[in-house]
Design a protein around this ligand. Structure first.
Ligand code: NAD
Length: 255
């Protein structure tokens, strides 16, 4: 549907890879001017070049960097219509609560949850001035259901994203600002693909719970983000938008 985001100014964090990169491409295909943000300068710059957008190197957990990011976007483009707060990490030292140290816990909370707090804190004043804006925060299906293959900090971090998104959606609903949480199911990003190719049993342990019997593609998540960003979702705010191949609805899956 080209043109649905025509000339909208969209900021995408975690733009260099996976869901963020697929969304950069989708936003651009629908007409948006895309500002790519990532801590990985090389891959982030190449994402921006691909769509004729701009690139900002920033650590989204750094308050001064996030404030400068949104102020800079408004200075350059005059406005900011869409913020896709998507950067996140899932490091191997985040595991069972019995193994996970305070260092991993704090690092994951900082990158996954504090970053969303900061991005919302510094984009909302601009959107209030404009009287419109769409914010999409990336949570996860693990914010909605438990796993015995625990990553305790990650799960807690995404629960936080979901709760803060709901609250912001309610608080700013009458000011033209929509704030929604995206809850992807397991997605076949390069990292996950590599991990599961090396360990098929680990993949099977997870795939059995997905009614569709496969992981999602980043482009399938990007399509949902573009919907939430666009006026097609004009009556949606404070929602948890689940795009998960049916995993959160399942008890027994098809053979
Ligand atoms: P990815 O690792 O492919 O991409 C994440 C990007 O974020 C990378 O480019 C990385 O450089 C960037 N990044 C990391 N820390 C950053 C920081 N401090 N500042 C700026 N950029 C930073 O990951 P992905 O799978 O595309 O995940 C994107 C989001 O979707 C994450 O929030 C993740 O938790 C969430 N998610 C992923 C899945 C999945 O199965 N892949 C499922 C549900 C939710």
């Amino acid at each position: 549907m080209p043109g649905r985001l025509q000339d909208r100014v969209a900021v995408v964090t975690g733009a260099a890879s996976g869901i963020g990169l697929a969304t950069v491409r989708r936003f651009a295909a629908e007409g948006a001017k895309v500002v790519c943000v990532d801590i990985d300068a090389e891959a982030g710059r190449s994402a921006a070049e691909e769509v004729d957008g701009s690139f900002v190197a920033a650590d989204v957990a750094d308050e001064a960097a996030v404030r400068a990011l949104f102020d800079g976007v408004v200075e350059r483009y005059g406005r900011v219509d869409i913020a896709f707060n998507n950067a996140g990490i899932s490091p191997p030292d985040d595991d069972s609560i019995l193994e996970t140290g305070l260092d991993a816990w704090e690092r994951v909370l900082r990158v996954n949850t504090t970053s969303v707090y900061l991005c919302c804190k510094y984009v909302i004043p601009h959107m209030r001035r404009q009287g419109r804006g769409s914010i999409i925060n990336t949570a996860s299906f693990v914010a909605l259901m438990g796993a015995a293959t625990s990553q305790i900090a990650y799960t807690a971090s995404k629960g936080g994203v979901l709760a803060l998104t709901r609250e912001l959606g309610v608080q700013f609903a009458r000011e033209g600002i929509r704030v929604n949480a995206l809850c992807p199911g397991p997605v076949a990003t390069p990292l996950l693909r590599e991990l599961f190719a090396a360990d098929p049993e680990r993949a099977a342990r997870r795939l059995v719970h997905v009614p569709m019997g496969r992981f999602g593609e980043p482009s399938e998540i990007a399509a949902a983000v573009a919907f939430l960003a666009s006026d097609d979702a004009s009556f949606m705010t404070a929602a948890q938008f689940v795009v998960d191949g049916g995993i959160t609805g399942a008890y027994v899956t098809p053979l």
